[in-house]
Design a protein around this ligand. Structure first.
Ligand code: ADP
Length: 592
């Protein structure tokens, strides 16, 4: 048993646990991969949106160049420069202020007296544009000159290298995915994440360098100023520029938003956030969220510093729900697996126990049968030798020896019949010759054949048969075998109480049946073995300790035969000790 337990643990339990662990892990990995895929998908949506806003700005840059080129088409650049602010605003509503400045830093337009915006513009940017002051600007050399290859060579010696870029800045938003990554890597979650943007401190002339056009942004009084500039090939010494109206820019962005809105929008809201993390353009107008904590976000870039393209799940609990359902699935899987292992193990042990018992019973059966064969054979041989050698002259003794030989032969025949029948029944090869017969007559014949044997052994055998016939459909030989088996058991397990009674009953009811009851005054069947005695090879009285010979097949056969007839053999304890074995057979209905 111990060995079996070890084999079970090694062959079933451990591999099952390993399998369970592997499946749990793969499920978790799967969930992680799915989440990663989703966050990558959403990240690509945010990146695409940021790219679209960048392209939109590059478009505005191009439009601005076209406006300047158109204004200069048939005008003297210097003369146009003096009225540039006014003309540009008339033609291009996106421009809040237009400016023209020479490379030396002389501001030709706007005139501070022309409008309040112009006055404020000159106060804010005059010194910076005139190269008299350095300013902290967001400057994107990539965006500068985008889509424009008409490079103008400058020989101006005022061009100086840009000062080194400053330390990185912080972002306004904290995307949940990045926060999660921080947490997963065991780092303390940073309150803000570093921005990709960097500012440069430079004069306007330094920023221009020898580029033809560009964009720069700066914060003045915490307000964003976006400046576009352009040098026309007609007079490269002049720089024309425009300060964009942010409100107008946003309006324009809103109008074009639908055209570049990402196709994949199921379950998400996409938004463009300004530098204060307020949504300025949004795909779902009624949607609200903690704008500072999008699912994923991408910075738009230096042209609109600290503006972000952000993605929010429409149902933020969906992720938690799906994680919970995965956890539930995993737990269920583990529980089911453990139960399956437990039940499987229990069944295995049960089966093993059954097999062990059966194996032991088979061994007992072989030794019992050999013994049962040997005992009658010995007496047959001994008595037949005595008679053959003529050593017994007394005729009474001779008769008695012949009786013994006959009885022992009958016993042998019974045993061999039982074993053969059992083998046939076990292989389902047993054939019955069913025929209508009278159970009373059949029982009478059988008992009368067996009576001499019992009486020879000093048994008092009482047979209480019914007067009226009991018609049954039966194989007469098989039923006789059942009765003989029951009588033989009553004899074997009589425990010295040599009284056997056979009685017959007729039971009425929905299914009328006939009963043959064999009663003895012996030891009775031990408690708890009442059903087991009908199992093959099972012996309640161990032959070795009780000295009673048997194969453990008599009752098994009796019950199988009775059941094949639609009846049964059952055991009932007898009041006052002893057993009562009852053979029930259904009566033929029409005859009742
Ligand atoms: P066996 O060859 O051992 O008699 P059976 O199948 O006929 O095999 O009986 C099975 C067991 O049932 C017996 O070993 C015995 O323990 C018990 N048994 C059968 N008949 C009786 C009886 N009349 N009284 C007590 N025990 C009985």
């Amino acid at each position: 048993m111990k060995k079996v337990a070890i084999v079970f643990v090694l062959a079933v339990f451990v591999p099952s646990l390993v399998l369970a662990w592997l499946s749990v892990r793969s499920l978790r990995d799967q969930q992680f991969v799915l989440e990663r895929q989703r966050s990558l998908l959403y990240q690509s949506v945010a990146d695409a949106l940021a790219k679209n806003v960048e392209d939109f700005l590059a478009d505005q840059q191009q439009k601005f160049r076209a406006q300047v080129d158109a204004l200069l088409a048939d005008a003297d650049p210097r003369a146009m420069a003096r009225v540039f602010d006014e003309r540009l605003r008339q033609r291009w509503p996106l421009a809040q202020v237009g400016f023209a400045v020479t490379l030396e830093g002389q501001i030709l337009s706007p005139s501070p007296t022309s409008s309040p915006e112009a006055r404020m513009f000159c106060a804010d940017n005059g010194r910076f544009l005139g190269n008299r002051e350095q300013a902290e600007v967001y400057w994107n050399p990539k965006l500068a000159g985008l889509n424009y290859n008409n490079t103008v060579n400058l020989t101006d010696n005022s061009q100086q290298p840009l000062p080194a870029q400053r330390a990185k800045q912080e972002r306004n938003v904290m995307p949940q995915q990045q926060a999660l990554n921080f947490a997963n890597k065991g780092q303390s979650v940073e309150p803000q994440q570093a921005s990709k943007l960097a500012t440069s401190e430079a004069e306007f002339r330094q920023l221009i360098g020898d580029s033809n056009d560009g964009a720069l942004a700066r914060f003045l009084d915490d307000k964003l100023n976006v400046l576009l500039w352009y040098r026309s090939p007609r007079d490269p010494a002049l720089v024309f520029g425009a300060k964009l109206g942010i409100a107008k820019l946003v309006e324009e962005l809103k109008n074009t938003f639908t055209s570049f809105e990402p196709a994949y929008r199921d379950g998400i809201c996409v938004a463009v956030l300004d530098d204060k993390a307020r949504p300025v353009v949004i795909s779902h107008t009624n949607f609200t969220a903690n704008w500072k904590h999008p699912f994923v976000a991408t910075e738009i870039g230096e042209a609109l510093p600290h503006w972000e393209a952000a993605v929010y799940p429409l149902d933020p609990n969906e992720l938690a729900r799906s994680a919970q359902s995965v956890r539930l699935t995993i737990s269920l899987l583990v529980v089911v697996l453990i139960i399956a292992i437990g039940v499987g193990g229990w069944l295995l042990v049960q089966d093993l126990n059954r097999q062990l018992t059966l194996a032991r019973q088979k061994t007992d059966f072989v030794s019992n049968v050999s013994h049962e064969l040997k005992t009658p054979l010995t007496s047959i041989r001994m008595f037949s030798e005595l008679l053959a050698e003529g050593r017994v002259s007394d005729p009474q003794k001779q008769r008695s020896y012949l009786h013994i030989i006959t009885a022992e032969t009958a016993r042998l025949t019974r045993l061999i019949n039982n074993v053969l029948d059992f083998a046939r029944l076990d292989r389902s090869e047993k054939k019955y010759n069913f025929a209508e017969c009278d159970l009373v007559a059949l029982t009478r014949d059988t008992t009368e054949t067996y009576r001499p044997h019992l009486e020879n052994n000093q048994f008092q055998f009482t047979c209480l048969l019914l007067a009226a016939p009991l018609p049954v459909r039966a194989d007469a030989d098989a039923v006789a075998q059942v009765i003989v088996n029951l009588l033989s058991n009553a004899e074997k397990y009589s425990n010295g109480q040599k009284q056997i009674t056979l009685e017959m009953l007729r039971r009425e009811g929905a299914l009328p049946c006939a009963e043959v009851r064999v009663l003895d005054c012996g030891s009775g069947v031990p408690l708890g073995c009442e059903e087991k005695i009908f199992e093959k090879f099972y012996r309640a009285h161990d032959s070795l300790s009780s000295g009673i010979q048997g194969s453990g097949l008599g009752l098994t056969l009796a019950r199988q035969i009775a059941r094949a007839h639609g009846g049964d053999v059952v055991y009932e304890p007898r009041e006052g000790g002893g057993s009562c074995f009852c053979l029930r057979l259904p009566l033929i209905q029409s005859a009742t």
